[in-house]
Design a protein around this ligand. Sequence first.
Ligand code: UT7
Length: 367
Amino acid sequence: MTKTRATIIGWGKCVPPVKLTNADLEQMVDTSDQWIVERTGMHERRISHVEVTDLAEVAAKRALASAGLEPTDIDLLVLATVTPEITLPSNACFLQERLGAVNAAAFDLNAACSGFVYSTAVASSMIEAGIAQRALVIGAEKLHFLMDYHDRNHCILFGDGAGAAIYEGRADGSGVLANDLGADGKAGQAMVSPVLGTRGQLDRPRDPASDRLHFEGKTVFKHAVRGMEGSVRRTLDEAGLSVDDVDLVVPHQANFRIIEATCNRLGVPMEKVVLNIADHGNTSAASIPMALNDALTDGRVRPGATVLFTAFGGGLTWGSNVMVWGDRIEPVATSDADLPPTDKTVFDLLETNRAFFAPFHKAGSDS
Ligand code: UT7
């Protein structure tokens, strides 16, 4: 009997309308379009005027339409995010209520930029175990909340957005074949955001010196390339596949050079790699489902294709999933769900951030 596996049958993406271009960043920090493009491959990213659940909701509605499903058909909802709008209830429960997905168990999952591959591993394992039949897995981030838009070392890298995929149990040879997940908490000191959480005194005022992202980009870069290479090799080994069997790689969009270096070490030609980093920057848990959505829209996914996801991020965490694509490469229907419009500029949206962190930089403590 063919084993039941989790196959993607729907997908969706939501990007907020306001762009943060390299030219905008040149006005905020000592940087240049040339430096950013050469070192990262990024040209622009989006800055959200709404909350993370709003982004997730639109991506989810688009994925449901694409799958031809009603919210009540979903029995598992996993929302991967490192920027929840609040921590209780979970943002997944907010979303479950908004969608009317009343039959779904719902929880948030925080594995930073590896959130979507972790969530895919959880959802596919639950489907294989018979605990769930149809899982809505979303990666959604409002990362600009964690940034300091006076600090060129990190503020150029990250953007906001959401992507969603619906996994269904199928016994037709398609679906997730293998997952690999890992973490190194000791090395996690390279990327720390103390902004969201309970640490500290209840009455402590927010302080721009301490409430800011600690980020060692170079350290993470090295871990990322080695981490994703090893994770991909273990995943393919478990699935009984070789690198040459892979038709399409959808990597986490952290930095073009990280993706290129990882693919070079693995021997994956760049023609097989999905890239949207130029337009969206690093959207953490949202980056893989957003890139997958783009690959489908561009007709790059074929029925029966072997598709690989791989990611690396804060924690530190890493992971990969390999799957045989099913028969669906066109959406069943489209949704007219969209975000509310805004007339705000990117400078309006980042004004509070810049005002909050300005005293820290005036004090001459620039990192
Ligand atoms: O998804 C997981 C999270 N993502 C990451 O962790 C990203 C991983 N790291 C990276 O992508 C890269 O390490 C960065 C893009 C962050 C930095 O690139 P790099 O090639 O590692 O540059 P660097 O940190 O070695 O900096 C080189 C120089 C430095 O100046 P000096 O010391 O050589 O004078 C930096 O101060 O570039 C300077 N620099 C900048 N210059 C212009 C750093 N940021 C900027 C900037 N614009 N935005």
